[in-house]
Structures are given as C-alpha cells and as structure tokens.
Design a binder for this molecule. Sequence first.
Ligand code: SF4
Ligand code: SF4
Length: 347
Amino acid sequence: MSVTSKIEIKNASLTKDTLSRLLKQLCKEKKLIAPVRNADLDDVNFLPVTDPAQICCDYDNTTTSPKEFFFPQYECMFTFSGASHDSIETTNDGEEIVLFGVRACDVKGIELLDKFYERNFEDNYYLSKRQKSVFISVACSDLNDQCFCTSTETGPVLQEGFDIQLLSSDDDYAVQIGSEKGLQLFEKHKDLFGPPLDVDINKLLAQARKQKPKFNLQKVYENLKQQNVDEDLWDDIGDRCQSCGLCLFVCPTCSCYSVKDQTTPSGENRRSRQWDACYFSSITRMAGGNNPVRTSAEMVKRKYQHKLVQQIDEFGTSGCVGCGRCTLACVGNVNWLDNIIKIERAG
Ligand code: SF4
Ligand code: SF4
C-alpha cells in the first residue's frame, strides 16, 4: 500500500489572495488542518480550521508534530464481544484531510514514518489515514537556534517527497507539485493557480538553502558507530533526563507504541494502542522482570544510536529531521543539538 506516488515536478504560482481563496475552498471540501496560534499559551499547533483567518502564518514551527493525525496518541484498534473473533469490529477508518503549512522537516519526518509503517507488515491504521491526506508544505526562510535541517538534509526546502510545496517570493508563492495527490488537488483548483513565477526557481531554492549546516552528519554517524563517544556524555545526559518522554512525544519520527486490552464497565472489550517511549524503562522490561537496558545513560545512548546510526543504515536517511522540538520541550535541560555537536567532535 503506497501512500504517495511521486511525479515529475510541475511549477505554478499563487498570490496571497488566491492562496486564501484556495484554503477557503478546501475548508468546505475536506478537513483542513493548519497552524493555529494559542494566544494564552503563546504556541502554535496544527488544528482543524474552518476559516483561513484562523491560520497563523508567522511561526517557526509548531510545538507538536503532525504525526498525531496518522498515529494518534491513543487509538482504539478494534472492539470485540464474547470469545468469538467473528464479532471483531476494526476502527481504522480515516477522513480526507489537507495539512497546510507543514515544514520541510516534518514532511521528511512523516516520510520516515511511512517507511517504518510499511516495512515488515502494512500497518493499516497508519497507512489508511496517510492515504487520505495531502500536504501543502511551506518552506522556511530562516532556521531558529535549535533547528538544523540543513545538517540532516531535510530542509528548509525539499528537492522531492512533497505533495505541494510553496516558496515565498515577495507577495507571491512559487508552487511546486511533486506527487499524484498534489496534482489531483492542483487540477481540481486549477483556476486559482497562475503560471510559474517569472523568477529562477533554482535561485529561490538556493537562497532558502543558504544556511550553513551546524554539524557534519557523516562524522556524527561514524563516531557513534565506532563507539568513539566518551561514556561521560551519556552519564551527563542520563543524569539530566527525567524520563518524562516529552522529547519523544513531540518528535515527528518517533513511532513507539504499546498495546493494551481492556474491558469497559459496559462490557465492551477493546484493544488500543498509545504512544510509548524508549525513555520509559517499561518499554524494554521483559516478562519475569529482567530489563536489559538498566540505566538512564543506556537509554539515552540507545536513542542517539537509533536515530543517527540504525535508521540511517535501515532507511538511508537520518532518524532525526532537525526540527529542534525535543530541545525546546525538555524539562531536564537536555540540548539535543549541542549533544550532537559534542558527538561530532568526539574521538
Ligand atoms: S524531554 Fe528531556 S527530561 Fe524528558 S525524557 Fe526527553 S530528554 Fe528526558
Ligand atoms: S530528535 Fe529532536 S530534533 Fe530530531 S526530529 Fe526528533 S524532535 Fe526533531
């Protein structure tokens, strides 16, 4: 079950006005999810919108990632009654959604989740939702202090892997269409799109990529793989880490979950899954109580190894897409970017 098919990139344009009209139409046709600012909390998150006026366009990135629309924090997988499997009712339907304002790093994060959920068996709970979604991503013009997509080659603009990508150019947007799903949306609303902008698209792309990488990913990979990193670093991170799991819950690529069977007071039996985290000791605890990962230092080391070595080996791409959310969320002052730079300089 493929969730997206790439096409040869097609160029078009939108003005601020036609973009607003497009979003208005999309609100009526499908469920539109877009960044919305919460003034009380002073943060921006993806939420359903019914009017483009609700959308926040002035933001670095959202506090949480868009993964929750495909891999919800809690999900009922099926219900059943009695002992017979004949009465199982699965609950994996999803509605058609358009996600607007997604950053390049998150598009790459979801692409990695696609690979994960397609790899050994097809996870229909995730894939059916992904199939019904289309992304309109918006390239970033600046990196903030904690994000580093230029180091992981996951932004701030994408070469491929997007449905529709918008690049701001003065009062207009250069539009790139890169998938069948993006093309279908474009064809349906063709009257709102203009011809390709009269600017060199490669210049716009190069301008967006002008930010220098903050570290050399290959060096980080080698130092981790060859165990060049001093154990003191893992002890230090382990001491700071409170095992709250926040950094993993906000991460667009983290995919751990646990499965639970419950009987509700009304007698319904339910199997559900909910987010879990490799920083929780319960995730590696085995029947009988033995736990091969015993200390906090071992847990954090495993996360760095997983994202920056094993996922590169398995998927050919970094398991960290450089969004910077984990550092911003951390209650223990663990700075993921600073630690990667320390790993780069080890050995
Ligand atoms: S957010 Fe910080 S304290 Fe919480 S689990 Fe992650 S590293 Fe540990
Ligand atoms: S590890 Fe941190 S910086 Fe990397 S993708 Fe996850 S939340 Fe973003």
